[in-house]
Design a protein. Structure first.
Lengths: 300, 444
């Protein structure tokens, strides 16, 4: 008798493929949010698995904050071209110029400003569904998000009033102006993402791997030193061997000191982070090693 | 395109167990989840730090494991409706997905949401209180959803002096009503979530208990046979037709994509396409990683047939040996999840596998009394959190299995037209009629 067994990655994969095909079947104008980050790289491979040999039945959408790592944008453009996908980029700068978004006095981060830019793009292209790579293990609010996350005409999520989500029967019904965010990677952890990247031999942007970078110490993190993050007087600046664990804007992405230069080494580091966390309980909190581990973990 | 197929068939020992926890507010559910995560070393450093900080501030130095689920606590304080939260942890043997289903507000809705995909359900019982209405309700819902495995976690054993006698009493209380339910595998575990006894590490206080710890059981419970591997069911989600393929071999490619909801599909197999009622043969099982000879539930595949027959989204390919039932008059058990009650005569959209049909509820047959687990015939309506049996009629025949036979082809949801609210989870009963294909070729 054949062994009809799926391992954990195969389970997560078939769940995500099913969701992507439901999106293609249920929505008129879906889009896939592709940043070039590791989670959306997995999404792309899952989309290939869901829709090949046909063309991908949805365009890619990215909101460019203007503060992206250049490596990421280069990777994004190249992958979209390789896959023959249509890539739509809408920029925060453009949204600011056109008055769609307004910066608060002194607001440097463009995290918040992505939101009106994204909503304007959804309106412009009349997207009824945007697929994103967010995961429930990332933070507490996300732990409560559905696979199919309903948004009202203002793009708002109402955690008080989510549709119950039962079996694999997703309610995709919308009224005019409403839209859906769909998260096929909801059940994936950081470890699953890296193991999938390894199994599928997926290319990821170079900044995920160890490299030399001039960093500035701020808010307990090493931020990449550049024109947008000029070191202030008294701030410590060092050239370090680092990588990024999660990619946001250059103004807010903490770098972690790491020698990991291959996917295998990143997986080992992710696993080891758990091991050190085992030992680093309250008792050895003050020790030198615990401090170093905390830097390595690089958690927000 | 790689010709190898290692991502579909290579066996790797680590799998996923999905479970949900249910209990009333004071049963120690949050503490139990916190204990599982803490003792299995699944917490990140910042989470532990946060725990320790709150211990210093409010707990007199004592870590409160319930604070791990403090997302929920904050919501409670703000008066927001509490919802299911998902948590993840891993041991070297398994990955775990916990659906943390709060027990008191919208309990049926929350529990059904959290438990519908679970392999296992943990029902918490306070050893002092024993079986209460909530325990019976949670167990009944787990049974109705056909969750294959149940764990009765008898918590707070430290507060009854680790009495074997008390443990046996609670077990006997359960065994009184378990025969009326459909759960095959039940495990009773005496524990103290607060102190960690029998959660991850065996307790020195229960020499009379020879079974596994809770985590030991979660790591080893046999789930490989939880999927239905008898009777091919392939609901079609999407028709795969390349527009302008560079590969000339793909010019006439017409594949049917879906996730196998039951059984095994093989190249060369005769299949019946529903609702067309036409037979064909599987020409190819296409996957991104190359063609395969066979694929099984719950894999996602793209099937190419020998014949050009009418198949589209909402169609289903089935094997000939185990045929599904069909019909427009259906009987089902439902969990009602909306504050607008269900009454006979109401119309809804019914989503089943990959298609959606118009449906009307023709009769509310009965309601289950959660206190007694007795069936009350002909209630006026089903209110929010009620469970009952209904009859409904669909505009077109539904090809389905009894939920007890196949959890995927026996399940549906009801959607209210206009608001598009999901108002019910439904579990179909067996149909009196089985599908027969057109033509004389078919013999049984």
């Amino acid at each position: 008798m054949t062994n009809y067994h799926l391992d954990h990655l195969q389970h997560l994969e078939t769940e995500a493929i099913h969701i992507l095909r439901e999106v293609a079947g249920e929505f008129e104008r879906p889009a896939l949010l592709f940043s070039g980050g590791k989670d959306s790289i997995c999404l792309l491979r899952l989309a290939e698995k869901a829709f090949r040999p046909a063309e991908l039945p949805l365009p890619f959408l990215n909101v460019d904050t203007g503060h992206h790592f250049p490596e990421l944008n280069e990777f994004r453009d190249r992958r979209a071209a390789e896959l023959g996908a249509r890539l739509i980029v809408r920029s925060v700068k453009d949204a600011l110029d056109r008055g769609i978004a307004q910066a608060a006095p002194g607001e440097i981060s463009r995290n918040r400003l992505q939101i009106p830019t994204l909503l304007a793009a959804i309106e412009e292209f009349r997207f009824d569904c945007c697929i994103g790579g967010a995961r429930r293990d990332e933070e507490k609010a996300r732990a409560k998000e559905r696979f199919f996350s309903f948004r009202d005409a203002f793009g708002q999520w109402d955690p008080k009033n989510q549709r119950p989500e039962i079996w694999n029967l997703y309610n995709a019904r919308l009224n005019q102006g409403e839209n859906m965010r769909v998260f096929p990677l909801s059940n994936w952890t950081e470890m699953d993402v890296w193991e999938y990247i390894r199994r599928e031999r997926l290319e990821v942007p170079s900044i995920y791997f160890s490299h030399r970078r001039r960093c500035v110490r701020r808010g307990g993190q090493w931020l990449p030193a550049n024109d947008l993050v000029p070191p202030k007087p008294g701030e410590e600046v060092r050239e370090l061997t680092v990588r990024v664990r999660t990619i946001g804007d250059v103004v807010s992405t903490g770098c972690v000191e790491s020698p990991a230069s291959t996917v295998d080494e990143i997986i080992a580091e992710t696993a080891a982070a758990r091991v050190t966390e085992r030992g680093s309980r309250a008792d050895d909190k003050a020790s030198e090693a615990a401090m170093e581990d905390r830097k390595k973990a690089g958690y927000f | 395109m790689p010709a190898t197929n290692d991502s579909l068939s290579a066996p790797v020992p680590i799998d996923i167990l999905r479970f949900n926890t249910c209990g009333s507010v004071d049963d120690g559910k949050s503490t139990l989840i916190g204990r599982l995560l803490y003792d299995s070393k699944s917490l990140m450093e910042d989470q532990i730090e946060a725990l320790e900080r709150s211990a210093d501030i409010t707990g007199g130095g004592q870590i409160n494991l319930a604070n791990l689920t403090d997302g929920l606590r904050a919501e409670r304080e703000q008066g927001i409706t509490i919802d299911v939260a998902y948590r993840y942890f891993a041991t070297p043997r398994r990955r775990f997905i916990i659906a943390d289903t709060p027990g008191h507000v919208q309990y049926t809705r929350n529990m059904v949401t959290g438990a519908s995909t679970a392999n296992l359900s943990i029902v918490l019982v306070d050893a002092r209180a024993g079986v209460i209405e909530q325990s019976r309700r949670h167990t009944a819902v787990a049974s109705l959803l056909r969750i294959p495995h149940l764990v009765v976690a008898v918590n707070k054993m430290d507060l009854v002096g680790w009495s074997e006698q008390r443990f046996r009493e609670i077990r006997a209380q359960f065994e009184e009503f378990l025969p009326r339910l459909a759960i095959q595998d039940v495990k009773f575990i005496p524990l103290s979530a607060l102190n960690g006894d029998n959660v991850v590490d065996p307790s020195p206080h229960t020499p009379w208990y020879v079974g596994p710890t809770l985590l030991g059981h979660l790591e080893t419970v046999h789930i490989a046979s939880d999927w239905n591997l008898r009777g091919l069911r392939l609901p079609i989600q999407w028709v795969n037709r390349p527009n302008a393929p560079k590969d000339p071999a793909l010019h006439d490619f017409r594949g049917f994509s879906g996730q196998i909801a039951g059984g095994v599909v093989r190249r060369g197999q005769r299949v019946l396409a529903l609702p067309a009622g036409l037979l064909s043969t599987v020409k190819q099982i296409w996957t991104y990683d190359g063609p395969v000879e066979e694929a099984f539930c719950p894999q996602s595949v793209t099937v190419v047939l020998e014949d050009d027959i009418d198949v589209s989204r909402g169609s289903m390919l089935v094997g000939l040996e185990e045929r599904p039932g069909f019909g427009t008059d259906l009987r089902a058990d439902v969990c009602w999840m909306h504050t607008r009650p269900l009454q006979a005569g109401r119309k809804y959209l019914l989503k089943h596998t990959s298609h959606t049909e118009q449906a009307v509820v023709t009769e509310v047959v009965s309601r289950l009394d959660m206190g007694t687990l007795e069936v009350q015939p002909s209630p006026a309506h089903l209110a929010v959190n009620d469970i009952g049996e209904i009859r409904l009629r669909t505009a077109r025949p539904l090809f389905h299995d009894a939920y007890g036979v196949n959890r995927l082809t026996g399940a549906f949801i009801l959607i209210e037209p206009g608001t598009h609210a999901t108002v019910a989870a439904g579990m179909l009963q067996a149909s009196s009629e089985a599908v027969r294909p057109e033509g004389a070729e078919y013999e049984i």
